[in-house]
Design a protein. Structure first.
Length: 318
């Protein structure tokens, strides 16, 4: 693809999302790492912002995981100023907690971006079609369920991902055409990270075996699953409204619902009750109090919550 076409493709993707969301608060943030995806996104957004009277905010997260990370962040911030961003902030974060460095970095990054964004502003993220394919494969391999396999949403306020249908090769070509100084993250070549091995080994092998088009096919699969999940969520919301009582959930209102709908009802109800880090196993155990009732005892959940069945109702305590 000629470089000029790459720039136009990225701009079309950003324009489409901005048309969809409208002017909103007039404030728009772009998260930039200094890599090709986020820089191409930032350049396209800057080019479109003036016509839409949008005030742009550049947010650069410094994870402080590598020597020289502050210099990388400063260079990204300088490029944002050069692209016309009037306001740019570098956000230093501490990466810690369970789940390994990738998960910890993701939590720290999203928390910092959420806190730093202007009120009511969307934060544009540079995830591409290749990122979506990797996310779907990771979800499949880990048995994480349909929510994970459905991948990332294009619009999930406060997050927006305009480039989910754009290949990574296009963002690289766009940056080259625009003369942007792209940072190559050493972690993206480290085989100790599962996502890196998917990118460098698994996806190329699948592309070879299936004769191309795998990343696009996985992205289409994710989109189809998101549509199915949205329909199930609507059914679950209606079922929850029927079953909810001040003292808990009325079991008789849920017995005839399909298990997939019931578990969505339970997930929403438990999250509202303060549960966190719910797994598929947790939800299936609670669902057994409805669909496989034998007089069994309650189910303990993270955070010290217990779900019990009492006189035909599910009750949560803790």
């Amino acid at each position: 693809m000629p470089d000029s076409q790459a720039v136009a493709e990225v701009r079309r993707a950003v324009r489409s999302l901005l048309d969809e969301v409208g002017p909103g608060s007039g404030q728009l943030a772009v998260a930039v790492s200094g890599g090709a995806d986020s820089l191409a996104l930032a350049a396209a957004t800057a080019q479109l912002a003036d016509r839409r009277e949008l005030t742009l905010h550049g947010l650069v997260v410094d994870h402080r995981l590598q020597p020289g990370s502050a210099d990388v962040a400063a260079r990204a911030a300088k490029q944002l100023h050069g692209l016309g961003f009037p306001q740019v902030r570098v956000l230093e974060v501490d990466v810690r907690g369970p789940g390994g460095p990738e998960a910890a970095a993701r939590r720290a990054r999203y928390a910092a971006l959420r806190e730093a964004r202007p009120a009511d502003a969307l934060v544009l993220l540079g995830h591409t079609r290749d990122d979506q394919a990797e996310t779907v494969l990771l979800g499949l391999g880990r048995g994480s369920g349909p929510r994970s396999i459905a991948g990332m949403r294009r619009l999930d306020p406060p997050w927006a991902r305009p480039l989910l249908d754009v290949p990574r090769s296009v963002t690289a070509a766009a940056c080259e055409a625009l003369g942007l100084d792209v940072w190559q993250d050493p972690h993206n070549a480290d085989p100790n990270f599962a996502r890196v091995r998917l990118r460098r080994e698994v996806l190329p092998l699948l592309e070879d075996v299936l004769q191309g088009g795998v990343a696009a096919a996985l992205a289409r699969t994710a989109a189809q699953l998101r549509e199915d999940a949205a329909a199930l969520d609507v059914l679950a919301e209606r079922a929850l409204e029927r079953a909810r009582r001040e003292a808990g959930l009325e079991v008789s209102e849920l017995l005839d619902e399909p298990p997939a709908v019931r578990r969505r009802v339970l997930r929403r109800w438990l999250l509202d009750a303060g549960a966190a880090e719910l797994t598929d196993g947790h939800l299936r155990s609670v669902d057994a109090l409805i669909g496989e009732w034998r007089g069994q005892g309650g189910v303990w959940l993270p955070g010290g919550l217990e779900v019990s069945r009492v006189r035909g109702r599910l009750c949560v305590s803790g």
